[in-house]
Design a protein around this ligand. Sequence first.
Ligand SMILES: [Zn+2]
Ligand SMILES: [Zn+2]
Length: 419
Amino acid sequence: MGIIATIALVILGISFMTFVTFFGRLPVLRRTPIAWLHRLIWVYLPNGVLGLDQRLTSGKVTTSCTRFGKFIMYDRHPTVLIFFFLLLSVGEILYLPTAWPQLGGLQKTTGTISMVLPYVFLYLASFSDPGVITPANHAREMSRYPFDFTLFHPGAECRTCALLKPARSKHCSVCKRCVSKLDHHCIFINNCVGVGNHHWFILLLLSTAVLTLYGGVLGIHLMTAKMRARYPYWNLLPWNAYGGKGIEFKPWLIIWSWGLQDGVAMGAVTLLTLLTTPLVWGLLAYHIWLIYCGTTTNESMKWGDWQAEMSDGFAFKRRMPADRPKNLRIEPRWTRWPVETEQILVRTDDGKPPRSDLVIPGVGEWEPAWRLKDIENLYDLGFWDNLTDVFFPNYTFRDPQMPVVEGRARKKRRRRAPR
Ligand SMILES: [Zn+2]
Ligand SMILES: [Zn+2]
């Protein structure tokens, strides 16, 4: 029992740390213990270690650790991709010799499909073009999304790529290239997640989530069947077939540990899948939620920043008329998005509205924006259209030449910024 408990604790600890690392910076969890733990792990503890190392070795240890950490996180190399691939393969190699002979025909088929799909989607997510912006496709990418004058303003230039930044694009500092609708750079696939592979990334998360859940449930099922066969009275519940009285917790656990040790490879992989399942499903749910909100990881950070500006009273908005003059060089006509912005949001340094002598687009008086609720999110068309946009990035939602259908446009305009 001792070794297994230790392994389980270590895996649980790693899963929890990964959870905190992934979710601790989310604006939604800003005032929760998760965010506090994130600061503890990534700010306070490193600072403490840094201070100690400064005193003991005058900083030699931390310098080399920082270099290694930077290499893992900020350089483009397949180390984590290989680790992920090995985790999948080694897990399956350990699991299958025990599990496979016990499976029926249907289970073998569903099992094979759920094992193959993560590899397929891992390959597609890693090796397909995330939407790298080049001089050749720049005009097309500029017309992909309209500028919302809130998160993205026309005229910004990427100095590294020497190109005007299209709306929703971002320069990836790891890959050193601009990517269209960049969600984030993912070290697990050693690639950016952008307009070209966002759907493969979602399918990779979904297939991995299904695989870990399936492997965990199947492993538990096989192990309990084995333990029941050997110890028919193995049941905690009082209403079982053996004397109507459940066994006590301690012998129940001892039989569990026998079950795990009897097939230790499959048992360990089952434990690992059960402990990582909530993490993978959590990540999947988070990305589905982002799609539901019509935003990306990158944009959700920007919305978080705006929330802070608004709370401090530094954000102002005013109306943008539809017939405003446009500089078509920096703001070309878009071809596939059904709505355009009706507002402009700016920040000022002094908490006062922008000065009237500044040339800023829009008409009318500036009014303070206090809450994200008062701001429209141009990139949110509703869940199903957002999902369509992820899976069919070249889908044209409505011919922009056609008159706007009143009801539908109204409904779309009412979508608000994610909170
Ligand atoms: Zn760039
Ligand atoms: Zn990248």
